[in-house]
Design a protein around this ligand. Structure first.
Ligand code: SAM
Length: 306
């Protein structure tokens, strides 16, 4: 953690208003590696462990993600000159560009291992707060935590330790539908955006063929994570069978696997589909309504973009 993060953090226990004070800190190379953050108002305490301020004391319902992102910590990270899939994905899903993020204060709500925060940081944001409820923050910190403009925090997006209306840009990719209530999560996260700011989200949409995998998920979410991790490896060879025309498409509605050409990415995405406790799906009109209700104007849905 950088000392500068103290300018951004507030106590989530007493109304997101009061500053936090740093105590008992151990500092190495400008990074605060351990210590305690204490609320100047209610005296609530939050530990800093392995350079990450912790505002929750467990992964809660998101333990599959903690496991996933620490197993596959660098699989989706761009490698300059070799792969830029995360950069292309964030452009496509949010319409953000280097010009739009340069110098901005940005919240990545549910950062996982930090693949998108990595892009945003590289594009020149002033500060990127990469928040996640799970131990994915350990992978995220290892990947990008020491960058000057990155701040990794372990926190629940329903109780973020941040000042409301203080971010120029808020984005959340593939996260809100993995919380107990997507709409409530959206509403909560949107309160951290400044008036006139920009917010982008990506949530799963309702599509045909999902019904059966939902049924399968009732079983897979009960399988111990390590066993499911091994079972998901079946997606690696199955990919070649699923590429057979017609048969492949049929099989994929019965037992969905990722069709990513990279085998580790495919394995990760298949596990990511079957493991999470919550996985809601939504329609475009529903999401459009959430933005309207939260007071947004100029709302752009991908299927209305020209
Ligand atoms: C599918 S991953 C997406 C991670 C990242 N946005 C990406 O696309 O690579 C979903 C992430 O949301 C996080 N998450 C779920 N519920 C959360 C909550 N209430 N608060 C913060 N993070 C949460 C999980 O821990 C997980 O890392």
């Amino acid at each position: 953690m950088k000392a500068r993060l103290l300018e951004i953090l507030v106590c989530p226990s007493c109304g997101n208003l009061h500053a936090l004070e740093l105590k008992d800190q151990e500092v190495r190379d400008q990074e605060i590696v351990s210590g305690v953050l204490v609320c100047t108002h209610c005296q609530a305490k939050y530990p800093i462990r392995d350079s990450i301020p912790r505002f929750v004391d467990s992964d809660q319902y998101a333990d599959s993600f903690g496991f996933e992102w620490n197993q596959f910590n660098r699989v989706q990270l761009d490698v300059p000159g070799k792969s830029n899939e995360s950069e292309n994905t964030i452009k496509e899903k949010t319409n953000l560009t280097p010009e739009k993020v340069t110098g901005k204060v940005i919240l990545d709500a549910g950062a996982g291992a930090g693949r998108f925060a990595e892009v945003i940081s590289r594009w020149g944001a002033k500060d990127v707060i990469a928040a996640d409820i799970s131990s994915a923050v350990v992978a995220c910190y290892r990947n990008i935590g020491e960058r000057e403009n990155v701040h990794v925090i372990q926190a629940d997006l329903f109780h973020l330790p941040l000042r409301r209306e203080s971010f120029d840009i808020v984005y959340s990719i593939g996260v809100l539908h993995h919380t107990p209530n997507t709409r409530d999560a959206f509403r909560e996260v949107s309160t951290f955006l400044k008036s006139g700011g920009f917010m982008a989200i990506y949530v799963y949409s309702v599509t045909l063929g999902m019904a059966y995998t939902d049924y399968l998920r009732r079983i897979t979410t009960r399988i111990p994570k390590r066993l499911l991790y091994v079972l998901s490896l079946v997606s690696v060879p199955l990919y070649y069978v699923y590429r057979v025309p017609v048969i492949g498409a049929l099989l994929n509605t019965v037992f969905r696997i990722s069709m990513h050409p990279h085998w580790r990415w495919r394995w990760l995405d298949t596990f990511d589909w079957y493991a999470p406790t919550y996985q809601w799906k939504h329609t475009y009109p529903e999401v459009f309504r959430w933005f309207k209700e939260a007071g947004f104007v100029d709302i752009d849905l991908p299927n209305t973009r020209h």
